[in-house]
Write a protein that binds this ligand. Structure first.
Ligand code: GLN
Length: 200
């Protein structure tokens, strides 16, 4: 099926609007996902930045956790930024008591890894798979990837070696927020995965 990729943005909390705008600019047909039935109407999903513990709780009370886990297991492409990366991680470090994730990616991600001194910062980041031009990366109370499983590719690290962008099959995660800087290349990569997933 050629045509516009049909993707969702999990719209329980966080920077939903920025993702929707960028995905639409890239030609996708975008739905805001809030109800379990909507999980079956998409071929890819973005998990936005925000507060992972809040998104986790809301997803459980709205009955979204199980349907989302099932779609992720079935190979649907997902891109998580910041809190979204935390939600994609099989293991969450420094989570709130009882905090859960959807999982799917064989990584351990540490919340708020930069501490109070460094609430937010911006950096030019090399991401070789996206080409030679660096990514302008904005980190806001950001997580880092503490442990990377054998099937996971590291796409970018900070100068001190902290891993901040990872990919495992159709799952992509970044500690930072390309959607806030109008950086389209991660979302374009995600949409390529979606097109491959539907066999377009
Ligand atoms: N600190 C947030 C969390 O734990 C993530 C911050 C963000 O998404 N910008 O979920």
């Amino acid at each position: 099926m050629a045509g516009r990729p049909r993707v969702g943005v999990l719209a329980l909390q966080g920077d939903v609007r920025e993702h929707v705008a960028l995905l639409e600019r890239l030609g996708a047909e975008v739905r805001r996902v809030r109800r379990p039935g909507e999980v079956d109407e998409i071929d890819g999903l973005v998990l936005p930045g925000g507060e992972s513990s809040v998104i986790d709780k809301l997803s459980r009370s709205f009955g979204l956790q199980e349907p989302l886990r099932a779609r992720i297991r079935s190979g649907m492409p997902v891109y998580g930024t910041c809190a979204g990366l935390i939600l994609l991680a099989d293991t969450v470090l420094d989570g709130l008591a009882g905090q859960q994730s959807f999982g799917g990616m064989d990584v351990a991600v540490r919340r708020n890894a930069f501490g109070r001194q460094t609430e937010s910062f911006e950096i030019a980041l090399d991401v070789p798979v996206l080409g030679p031009a660096p990514v302008h990366a904005t980190f806001i109370r950001a997580p880092i990837v503490d442990r990377v499983g054998p099937g996971v590719d590291v796409l970018a690290s900070l100068p001190d070696g902290a891993v901040v962008a990872v990919e495992q099959g159709a799952l992509l995660g970044t500690s930072f927020h390309p959607e806030m800087d109008g950086e389209p290349r991660f979302h374009a990569r995600f949409l390529d995965r979606v097109r491959a997933f539907v066999g377009a």
